[in-house]
Write a protein that binds this ligand. Structure first.
Ligand SMILES: [Zn+2]
Length: 170
């Protein structure tokens, strides 16, 4: 079993924490856009008129959240999320069975959160959006993972689910 120190020093853990940190900032902006249509229109306009979209992301994060240390690599990740949010529709896409089966194979038949076998009852295997559907819709490629029924029910659209993902390393 991996020790807590090894866990804290792991690159995978660092990446997951970073993603959760970025996602938390992104979610805050999304909540503001949802509550304030004028703000959403302003953000939309900023992106439409922007020559450097990473720069636009950094400016939004700086102005809204007073955070001034976004790297260009992180801004590029958030740019994808912002663009997905601004073009997403309110209707959920039906995720094809092929996608579920492809994920099943790539995950070696295991749930990504708890690591338990997914089993062979397809009705109990759930395709989940890694970045919550509410924030990015079905606009991102490779934003899916197979979860067991329990993990799917525990997750809903909560960001802190990402931390649970780390447990699989223990
Ligand atoms: Zn699970």
């Amino acid at each position: 079993m991996i020790s807590l120190e090894e866990l804290a020093a792991s690159e995978e853990v660092r990446q997951e924490y970073k993603k959760a940190f970025l996602l938390n900032m992104f979610q805050k902006i999304c909540v503001r856009m949802e509550r304030n249509p004028q703000f959403k229109a302003k953000v939309k306009n900023l992106f439409r008129q922007s020559y450097d979209k990473c720069d636009t992301v950094s400016a939004i994060i700086r102005n809204e959240l007073k955070y001034d240390e976004l790297s260009s690599e992180d801004a590029a990740i958030m740019q994808m999320w912002f663009e997905a949010n601004l073009r997403k529709t309110s209707r959920r896409k039906v995720i094809p069975q092929e996608v579920k089966e492809r994920l099943y194979k790539s995950q070696n038949g295991k749930c990504v959160v708890c690591g338990e076998e997914l089993g062979n009852d397809w009705s109990k295997i759930h395709v989940d959006h890694i970045i919550p559907w509410k924030l990015v819709g079905d606009e991102l490629a490779d934003n899916y993972q197979d979860l067991c029924e329990t993990c799917n029910e525990c997750k809903s659209a909560r960001i802190d689910y990402l931390f649970k993902n780390l447990i699989k390393l223990i």
